[in-house]
Write a protein that binds this ligand. Structure first.
Ligand code: AMP
Ligand code: GLY
Length: 418
């Protein structure tokens, strides 16, 4: 019987999930809430707010949807998975309790400490004066993290006491982000990479490794963004490193979550760093990474519906195989991003563009496609070598016309200069 799927979210990551599901021969219909202009070419848009669990659940029942896939962590954090499972609905994502691995830095740090999962040493504080004393007694830079969801803005790397004081004031005294609690960590150094796995219970299925480019400008300069590009197959990570991380980080974490009574049932994202003292966890996310998903999912050779459904209901997928090609993607962002930027600039895309074009922030108007976000489009190409993928992805940008977009010209530089 043909299947129906609902994807929750509206960015490039959700476009990549919709695209993967659209290649499944079992899937006859995909809905996306709320979706975007690009997703609308492959799925029917549903005008329901991402976190309106009751409305989403009613929609799934009315339309006899077989599988729901959640994109953003904020939707997991409101407990959508718990609500759907009460009624026996298949949903890919973690319960509210398990999502704490992302939403609470302290939960994640305590778990890693208890189960011997390698990460930076840390201490947590609710009191400003005690936090300041701790910072004074330790060397700089000092890594100060707000304990809760802060949309990627809750980490400050303080180079000196004045910067640390400011950050602690913001997080503990002004309660800018909500209730005040911070984690202060040892500063680690080394290349960062993303290791995503499908997980249900103790079963862990690794995806190809990827690297994000968080800074806005070439040479990894400028402010942090949601990610300006990504690529797979990382030359600085050896097969031994990968095996170590799978066994001692991802698998151990899946097992630890079972032991703690909150098993994982979706995607576990390890934000890892290869330090001089080995691979360590910088952070966990409880969902697909963005923009990593846009380069990883195009490499999935197996039936995406089968894989995601199996994870959602605690079964083993029939098959899970990945292409041996590499993928590389460049993000086109609005001028001014990640600061303030304009929306509503016209975009035209010529026929024959060789890239997968994932829409991140676009809107269809009576006058055609326009920009509608900070990050607007991501052009992803696959090839046998990273050099080919990079060349193809940058060439594909010639097919896209808009007067208000910029992009990094050095995505995958870590892989090209080796
Ligand atoms: P997080 O939100 O925890 O991923 O942190 C955001 C970014 O801050 C990471 O991608 C790292 O580049 C940096 N960062 C976080 N923790 C550390 C650490 N302990 N040492 C060095 N850099 C860090
Ligand atoms: N690429 C970082 C994230 O998804 O959080």
């Amino acid at each position: 019987m043909k299947k129906k799927a609902l994807v929750i979210g509206g960015g490039g990551r959700c476009h990549a999930i919709v695209d993967a599901l659209s290649h499944s021969p079992q899937v006859e219909k995909i809905y996306c809430a709320p979706g975007n202009a690009g997703i609308a070419q492959q799925a029917e848009s549903v005008a329901i707010k991402e976190t309106d669990v009751a409305a989403l659940k009613a929609f799934v029942k009315e339309n006899a949807i077989d599988l729901t896939v959640v994109g953003p962590e904020a939707v997991l954090a409101v407990g959508i998975v718990d609500e759907f499972r009460k009624d026996g609905l298949a949903i890919l994502g973690h319960t509210k309790a398990a999502t704490q691995i992302e939403t609470s830095k302290e939960f994640a740090k305590k778990l890693m400490q208890k189960y011997g999962i390698p990460t930076a040493d840390y201490c947590s504080f609710t009191d400003y004066d005690n936090a300041l004393i701790y910072v004074r007694e330790h060397s700089f830079p000092s890594v100060i993290k707000y304990d809760g969801l802060a949309a990627g803005k809750g980490v400050v790397i303080a180079e000196n006491l004045a910067q640390a004081e400011n950050a602690l004031k913001d997080m503990l005294l002004d309660s800018r982000y909500g209730e005040g609690k911070v984690v202060i960590e040892e500063f680690l150094q080394g290349p960062e990479f993303s290791f995503m796995c499908f997980v249900n219970g103790r079963n862990v299925y690794p995806m190809p490794l990827a690297q994000d480019h968080k800074r806005a400008f070439d040479g990894d300069k400028g402010p942090n963004t949601g990610g300006m590009g990504a690529y797979t197959r990382l030359p600085f990570i050896t097969p031994e490193d990968e095996e170590f991380a799978l066994k001692n980080i991802l698998q151990k974490t899946a097992d630890a979550m079972v032991e703690e009574g909150c098993p994982l049932s979706g995607v576990l994202y390890g934000g890892l760093m290869k330090t001089e003292k080995g691979i360590k966890v910088i952070e966990f996310n409880a969902r697909f990474g963005d923009p990593e998903t846009e380069v990883v999912l195009p490499l999935l050779e197996s039936d995406a519906y089968d894989v995601m459904y199996a994870m959602a209901v605690g079964e083993k997928p029939q098959e899970l195989s990945w292409s041996r090609e590499v993928a590389m993607g460049v993000v086109l962002a609005s001028n001014g991003y990640p600061g303030s930027y304009e929306k509503g600039h016209a975009i035209t895309i010529d026929d024959g563009c060789p890239a997968h074009i994932f829409h991140m922030g676009t809107k269809m108007t009576a006058n055609g496609l326009v920009t509608n976000g900070g990050r607007v489009l991501m052009c992803v190409c696959t090839a046998c070598t990273i050099e080919e993928a990079v060349a193809k992805a940058y060439q594909s940008l010639n097919y896209i016309h808009c007067d208000n977009l910029f992009y990094r010209k050095d995505i995958a530089h870590w892989a090209l200069n080796k």
